[in-house]
Design a protein around this ligand. Structure first.
Ligand SMILES: NC(=O)C1=CN([C@@H]2O[C@H](COP(=O)(O)OP(=O)(O)OC[C@H]3O[C@@H](n4cnc5c(N)ncnc54)[C@H](O)[C@@H]3O)[C@@H](O)[C@H]2O)C=CC1
Ligand SMILES: CC(C)CC(=O)C(=O)O
Ligand SMILES: [Mg+2]
Length: 354
């Protein structure tokens, strides 16, 4: 097994370090895992003038899996768009064809009181957001800003091909088949042709999955339903931008964005694994970031790329036992937390429990 370690910027290196400590325990037990680090995002731009250097992309393509931290930061916000750190994660997804992004929003019983919603709304929550990752308005051409002030115009293009929609919907149906057999396809077909096509294709594919109940929901209603009654959902399948926004919203049901891991898979099970959050510049360098989304992302890697559910289960159990022992970074602190734990204290607790 070969894993590319791409830490990135901000809290990326701080949280990836804790995941690697957990990995080291598994290596100590004899698990054969080779790792190789490379620069990505702002860190790569600083060193090489390129957020995704050729060598980093080559490593990501050669490895069986990529463990990714986060990229971006205010320092890079004035760069031209193709030099921005975020370009690196967008290009990695596109170049490696990591089209199926699984974002599980699960409320651990130990954290039911950490959500900003009432425990009776969120306890027992277990939903999976399946987000398309290589198309939509994030990639559509043409795009740009034209003209001169005061008559400038900004434009982006929302585009999806039938092939792109079809393969992510199949991923959604298959995910639902393996879970609660309910799939909610989220679109904005009342306004956008792209998502009219999405809904049409969802209805065309549905007969291939007679055991899955397919429903449709408009994205604005879905955003509302996620905080009104999130347990109505089993699997949600949606496009790149809607999935980006809805999954950040869903993360707060679980207690914190620092809890939500993700897997971004290609058609063969190769994947990139990253927390759904960004580089959190507001807390970077303070040693207080929650590393659990990163550690749980590594758990997803063992499940989805290496087929080792025994290891992913162990990682999840170790995370839960650290939480059960009362350890909390500030973002998930409860009323009974006397002093929030640091990033490395949480890492140590997971390492001890693994
Ligand atoms: N995949 C990636 O690398 C992503 C990168 N970004 C980039 O990250 C930078 C910051 O973006 P923001 O909009 O601030 O989103 P963010 O997700 O980095 O942070 C949002 C809020 O959540 C908190 N937070 C995030 N992760 C946390 C953790 N593990 N523990 C505790 N608190 C945590 C932050 O402190 C902040 O208050 C931007 O440059 C953005 O483009 C944003 C999302 C994804
Ligand atoms: C390009 C990324 C910064 C988009 C994002 O926020 C995400 O994938 O969660
Ligand atoms: Mg996002």
């Amino acid at each position: 097994m070969k894993i590319a370690l791409l830490a990135g910027d901000g809290i990326g290196p701080e949280i990836l370090r804790e995941a690697v400590r957990v990995l080291d325990v598994l290596r100590g037990e004899g698990l054969k895992i080779e790792t190789e680090e490379a620069l990505v995002g702002g860190a790569a731009y600083d060193a090489h003038g390129d957020p995704l250097p050729e060598a980093t992309l080559k490593l990501a393509k050669q490895a069986d899996a990529v463990l990714f931290g986060a990229v971006g930061g205010p320092k890079y916000d004035t760069l031209v768009r193709n030099k921005r750190p975020e370009r690196a994660i967008l290009d990695l997804r596109k170049e490696c064809d990591f089209f199926a992004n699984l974002r599980p929003a699960t409320v651990f019983p130990e954290l039911a009181d950490a959500s900003s919603l009432k425990p009776e709304i969120v306890s027992g929550l277990d939903i999976m957001i399946v987000r398309e990752l290589t198309g939509d308005i994030y990639f559509g051409q043409p795009r740009g800003i034209t003209g001169d002030a005061p008559n400038r115009e900004g434009f982006n293009t929302m585009r999806y091909t039938e092939a792109q929609i079809t393969r992510i919907l199949h991923a959604g149906f298959k995910t639902a088949q393996a879970r609660g057999k309910r799939l909610c396809s989220v679109d904005k077909m009342n306004v956008l042709e792209t998502t009219q096509l999405w809904r049409d294709i969802a209805m065309e594919i549905a007969p291939q999955y007679p055991d899955v109940e397919l429903t449709h929901m408009l994205v604005d209603n879905c955003a509302m339903q996620l905080v009104r009654n999130p347990r109505q959902f089993d699997v949600v399948v949606t496009g790149n931008m809607f999935g980006d926004i809805l999954s950040d919203e869903a993360s707060m049901l679980t207690g914190s964005i620092g809890m939500l891991p993700s897997a971004s898979l290609d058609a063969n099970g190769k994947g990139l694994y990253e927390p759904i959050h960004g580089s959190a510049p507001d807390i970077a360098g303070k040693g207080i970031a929650n590393p659990l989304a990163q550690i749980l992302s590594m758990g997803m890697m063992f499940k989805y790329t290496f087929g080792r559910t025994d290891i992913s289960d162990r990682i999840e159990k170790a995370v839960r036992s650290a939480l059960a022992a009362g350890l909390r970074t500030a973002d998930i602190a409860s009323k009974t937390t006397k002093k929030p734990s640091t990033t490395s204290e949480i890492g140590t607790a997971v390492v001890k429990a693994i």
